[in-house]
Design a protein around this ligand. Structure first.
Ligand code: CA
Length: 389
């Protein structure tokens, strides 16, 4: 069996309204899918993390750099392909876009392997520890509006996300530490006292400001405090984790086993959030998962992007062993963006219908059962949303 073609599909549309987080506002949604074709008629799909113009750069890496290295290789030799590409690109980037690009190719090779074996991805990995996964709904994005309007909207939106059936919710911060504490109070008010909420700062704080917000989160009983400081600030992470009782989470901007080894050995994370479409694909995710568990750090995958990324993560979350185990362990959750996402909701020939599942099944989502990823993009949808280089 041979790889005959590797093609990127970069999709984009204008969002119905502008959305923001602590770093920027954005008005378009982008997705980058990777299609790997073989000489036996089997096609695999993957996805690369990276919004906007980053997706265009990653497309060039996929099609002009990685594809020539691996055309003609056996797609079932996915670990051989991974190391061949990584070793040849090492001198040009051990993190960031080369790894994002490799991730999409690697995920597609696992999709092919599942189809050849006739097994869903979760069984190929080792089996399902759970047949459905609880989902948390994130929303409460920043907008160009006043602090007071943010507060009212966050309280109402938090209540609305709980009413949709999700098992927990997650908010953004980024108006400045003092205003942000008021946003967190509003979200606690919105969801009530008996519901988990999490706070995502997208690394906008200095360590002292993160302590200020973190102490308020202890009072409010937030479940986790995500990316409080810059991902390179290992000292800040370690000090925050040692000084706060709220769980410190992060890792979506970290890559491969060597990057993860550093942040785990630094002891700055209570909860690890690896991004399979960025850190190096499924092959590398499984090694990072093992590293996290070796450090007794529970994992809740970072999930972003299209239905390909969501399906991949549903398999990975199903196949994740409980840590540390027990009758009633904390289960990993599926991250679900409640804002408009056509690439998740309308991409597939048979949509996953996650919001409907959440509403009907007490916040839980079924794991796909078809071979490989078990999902197929609709060709007409791809053609309609594709953008040129
Ligand atoms: Ca995040």
């Amino acid at each position: 069996m041979k790889i005959t073609c590797i093609r990127s599909h970069v999709l984009q549309y204008d969002l119905p309204e502008e959305l923001g987080y602590s770093q920027q506002f954005y008005a378009r949604r982008t997705a980058h899918l990777v299609e790997v074709s073989t000489d036996e008629g089997i096609t695999g799909w993957g996805e690369c993390f990276g919004p906007g113009t980053v997706a265009l750069a990653n497309r060039t890496i996929v099609e002009k750099v990685i594809a020539p290295m691996v055309l003609g290789d056996n797609p079932l030799d996915r670990d051989v392909v991974w190391h061949k590409v990584y070793n040849l690109l090492r001198d040009h980037g051990q993190k960031g876009m080369p790894l994002q690009a490799l991730s999409g190719v690697d995920i597609a090779l696992w999709d092919i392997a599942g189809q050849v074996a006739g097994l869903p991805l979760h069984r190929l990995i080792g089996g399902a520890h759970r047949t459905s996964v609880p989902a948390y709904g994130y929303g409460m994005m920043l907008k160009r509006q006043s602090v007071e309007d943010h507060i009212t909207r966050f309280r109402d939106e938090a209540a609305a996300i709980r009413a949709m059936g999700f098992v927990a919710t997650k908010m953004k911060t980024g108006l400045g530490a003092r205003h942000d504490v008021r946003l967190c109070q509003a979200v606690r008010q919105g969801v009530g006292d008996d519901f988990d909420f999490m706070v995502d700062a997208n690394h906008c704080y200095t360590t002292p400001d993160a302590f200020y917000v973190g102490r308020a989160l202890e009072e409010l009983g937030a479940y986790w405090f995500e990316e409080p400081v810059a991902p390179e600030d290992h000292d800040g992470y370690r000090e925050l984790r040692a000084g706060l009782s709220v769980n410190i989470s992060g890792g979506e901007a970290e890559f491969n086993r060597w990057g993860w080894r550093q942040i785990l050995e630094n002891r700055g994370l209570d909860i690890a959030q690896p991004e399979v479409c960025a850190l190096g694909g499924i092959s590398e995710y499984l090694r990072v998962l093992a590293l996290c568990h070796a450090h007794f750090t529970p994992v809740v995958n970072h999930v972003w992007g299209s239905a390909i990324a969501v399906a991949t993560n549903l398999h990975l979350l199903a196949a994740m062993p409980p840590l540390p185990g027990g009758l009633n362990p904390r289960e990993p959750m599926l991250e679900f963006d409640t804002t408009d996402n056509r690439f998740r909701d309308a991409l597939l020939t048979e949509p996953l219908q996650i919001a409907r599942q959440v509403a009907a099944n007490a916040g839980r989502v079924a794991v796909p059962q078809g071979p490989g990823l078990g999902v197929v993009p609709d060709r007409a949808f791809l053609a309609h949303h594709a953008i040129d280089a």
